[in-house]
Ligand binder design. Structure first.
Ligand code: FDA
Length: 389
């Protein structure tokens, strides 16, 4: 059997690419359904893009690589597609756009676009062998116990990263890229909760509060969530992409609040009030109780000297913690790192060394912030490859 293009992976990037790659395109996936991560994303509503998409909100060894694809298929282009399919959407917060109803609407939209473009989809299909003779790729595909030999002029690697192996994530794209001489940068789980030993925050599990979380010079102002195993919530998921084992993180528990002013005025007005009671006006009470085992919070507000107030404020603005690890690929939203962009053409996503080999989506060393950026990269890189094919 011969096709013009074989796409490995019917996820966000693979389906988007298929919708633009023209006829004679076959997409294969080992899963039972396409776009499974789209289906479960955004709590079932899919945070499909972000209005503030900008190259600065992506990580990768080459900070310029993703600019071209993102500028040629933008968040507004994707939104236009969503509108054309009459999918109702809303902005939740910070430019994050979600479906009003169901994430499966996005999967259906992509299936419809693929069908219109004449692309075929084979599910529960595995790649058993792959070779390249300099002009064409030959793939051995296994489907329903049968083997098919397929010859394709173009091969697109769109099998994603390593996050959530339970959902079928594999390192296939990395393996194939390596087979064709492409380097793989160090990979690690990102957008992932950070863990601590001794169930350090178990007693305040479920407590959430706005913070500025910072590590290695990058900070995010959002909420932190204390859990049985450690820290989660958007602020921590965001900094997890900038954190490496052994690094500490700093948490400002008082964003936009001047504790020195409020404690000094409480000292005048309510001197007999406990320090913990005064703090519970600005922080969740359970968190204050937890902090009192680390910080000297005993006594009355009236007894606080200016120096102690300043110290207390400083400690709460720079709460320094060293996570022991992260929840890992089991729960990570994405994989940081991947196929090195060094030998990939940023306009077409084609290999500079193997003509006809394309690499797109999460498999590539481009990782977005939390908030719809990773899907936008999947759409933009998928369209770049599809148009080039
Ligand atoms: P993706 O993982 O989507 O697709 C890869 C496909 O390849 C899958 O269909 C898989 O079955 C297939 N495959 C893998 N190995 C194979 C093999 N060996 N043989 C055959 N097929 C194989 N992002 C965002 O922007 N907004 C959001 O709301 C969310 N929410 C979210 C929630 C959760 C729980 C997760 C895990 C992730 C998110 N993300 C997200 C991230 C987003 O899902 C991710 O960045 C994109 O799905 C990446 O798209 P790709 O197409 O590159 O990979």
């Amino acid at each position: 059997m011969q096709v013009n293009t074989l796409i490995l992976g019917a996820g966000a990037a693979g389906m988007m690419c298929a919708a633009h790659a023209g006829p004679s395109t076959l997409v294969i996936d080992h899963a039972k359904a396409p776009g499974e991560k789209i289906r479960i994303s955004g709590g079932g509503r899919c945070n499909f893009t972000n209005m503030h998409t900008d190259p600065s909100r992506f990580l990768g060894q080459n900070p310029h690589f993703h600019k071209s694809a993102l500028s040629r298929y933008t968040q507004w282009d994707f939104l236009d597609l969503v509108d054309r399919h009459r999918i109702a959407w809303h902005e939740k917060t910070l430019g994050q756009l979600f479906c009003d109803d169901k994430a499966t609407q996005i999967v259906e939209m992509l299936r419809a676009e693929m069908a219109q473009a004449g692309a075929e989809l084979w599910l529960q299909t595995a790649l058993a062998d792959l070779s390249h003779d300099g002009t064409r790729f030959t793939a051995q595909l296994e489907r329903e116990g049968k083997r098919t030999t397929l010859s394709a002029r173009n091969l697109v690697l769109a099998t994603g990263g390593k996050s959530i192996p339970k959902m079928g994530a594999t390192g296939l794209a990395y393996e194939i890229a390596r087979q064709f001489g492409h380097a793989i940068t160090d990979t690690r789980p990102a957008l992932v909760p950070l863990t601590f030993s001794y169930q350090r925050f178990a007693a305040i599990s479920g407590v959430s509060t706005p913070v500025i979380a910072e590590t290695n010079g990058t900070a995010f102002e959002e909420a932190v969530l204390f859990t049985h195993r450690g820290l989660s919530g958007p602020a921590v998921l965001q900094i997890s992409s900038y954190w490496k084992e052994g690094d500490s993180i700093s948490i400002n528990l008082l964003p936009g609040h001047d504790l020195t002013v409020s404690l000094k005025s409480a000292r005048q007005a309510h001197g007999k009030r406990n320090v913990t009671t005064a703090l519970a006006e600005v922080l969740p009470e359970r968190l204050v109780t937890h902090l009192s085992s680390d910080l000297p919070l005993g006594g009355n507000v009236g007894d606080l000297s200016d120096k102690r107030i300043d110290e207390l404020s400083d400690r709460l603005r720079h709460w320094t913690l060293t996570p022991t690890g992260s929840e890992g690929y089991r729960t990570a939203e994405v994989t940081l790192g991947g196929i090195s962009t060094d030998r990939i053409d940023s306009k077409t996503m084609m290999s500079r060394d193997v003509p006809g080999l394309y690499m797109i989506g999460e498999a590539v060393d481009v990782t977005g912030w939390l908030g719809g950026y990773n899907f936008q990269w999947a759409w933009s890189s998928g369209v770049a490859a599809g148009r080039a094919i």
